[in-house]
Write a new protein. Structure first.
Length: 336
């Protein structure tokens, strides 16, 4: 017996540069095995309704129905490519010229006064569709934090062999490898300060609670290792050391092999919507300076919070002006 636990409102399998039909075809219910599966449907949103008082049940029920409506594509104006969704005014963050400042202030109020509070960073995050936007937010917030900054550069080496299978390929230079940024691989240049929250990108030591997605606060910056305090999962409060180690990218679009020796972490003030899978947060700011681009990406973002007041959205149009409408990509054939 095999149990598959998933939700077709979640982000579907990633097909690099794939079209909508290709993504749908890669989904499990397009497999011949799907005809032999028994489907059991869960009907109650425990994250929103579990443990709620009688006074909050109706408000949470309405928010739960709105979230499900967004995920099912039942809310919004239908378009050829996607849905145009009008976000309720109470969820919007007004923009008055500096959107980064407004999304940061909304999601991380009184940041400097709460730098030593584990729960403060544990329960909030800014979500964005793309890595470029996330890096921009993270470095903006890093500059707000006082203290000495330390920069760690990776050591990148080729792994591809020449025809004689004896020497490594010397066509690609280390400077070229340094420019490569791909999912699951830490950046070549890593800027850090004491007190900054980070997230692990790979499993390091499961017994110590150092797994992919674990969040920590940096407590000491060493030359060959970082010290951090765990703020998520089951080992909250434990002090651990994070070493450098060599990683090989798994992206099949890279036509050569190389390895990067670097700390397998990323700054955690903001993260991509895709990386927020499985996160349960009390305060989420969604920064849409560019629209979502994959199935149910918007649903995943808005469903990370446990109550309506914890969700705030800032939307920027092509003219860098704030707006109330955004795109919602839904492949409805997945639900059939």
């Amino acid at each position: 017996v095999v149990v598959f636990g998933e939700d077709f409102r979640q982000i579907l399998p990633i097909i690099p540069k794939g079209t909508g039909p290709e993504v749908v075809h890669a989904t499990i219910n397009s497999s011949v095995l799907w005809n032999f599966c028994e489907v059991l449907t869960l009907s109650k949103n425990m994250r929103l309704l579990g443990g709620a008082s009688s006074a909050d049940v109706e408000q949470k029920r309405l928010f739960s129905e709105w979230v499900l409506g967004v995920g099912d594509g039942e809310i919004g104006d239908d378009n050829d490519d996607d849905l145009k969704l009008d976000i309720p005014s109470d969820l919007l963050i007004p923009n008055s010229g500096d959107p980064l400042a407004f999304i940061v202030e909304s999601t991380y109020p009184q940041l400097l006064q709460n730098m030593n509070d584990i729960m403060y960073f544990q329960n909030r995050a800014i979500l964005a569709p793309k890595n470029l936007i996330v890096d921009k937010i993270n470095y903006y917030m890093l500059d707000l934090i006082p203290g000495e900054e330390k920069i760690y550069l990776s050591y990148d080496t080729p792994l591809t062999q020449n025809v004689d299978d004896q020497t490594v390929d010397d066509v690609h230079t280390p400077e070229f490898f340094n420019t490569i940024s791909t999912s699951g691989l830490p950046n070549h240049k890593l800027r850090l300060k004491v007190g900054v929250p980070v997230m692990l990108l790979r499993n390091l030591n499961q017994k110590l609670g150092l797994c992919k997605g674990t969040r920590l606060i940096i407590t000491r910056l060493g030359k060959r290792a970082l010290e951090g305090k765990i703020i998520s999962e089951s080992n909250i409060g434990d002090l651990v050391f994070i070493p450098r180690f060599s990683l090989t990218p798994s992206d099949v679009r890279i036509p050569f092999k190389f390895q990067r020796r670097q700390f397998s972490i990323m700054i955690y003030f903001a993260m991509t919507i895709n990386k927020s899978h499985g996160q349960f947060l009390k305060h989420v700011g969604i920064y849409l300076s560019s629209p979502v681009f994959s199935h149910c990406q918007l649903y995943v973002a808005i469903s990370r919070v446990t109550f309506r007041k914890g969700l705030k959205i800032l939307i920027i149009d092509d003219d860098s002006e704030d707006t109330t409408k955004t795109s919602n990509v839904i492949y409805k054939e997945v639900f059939r």
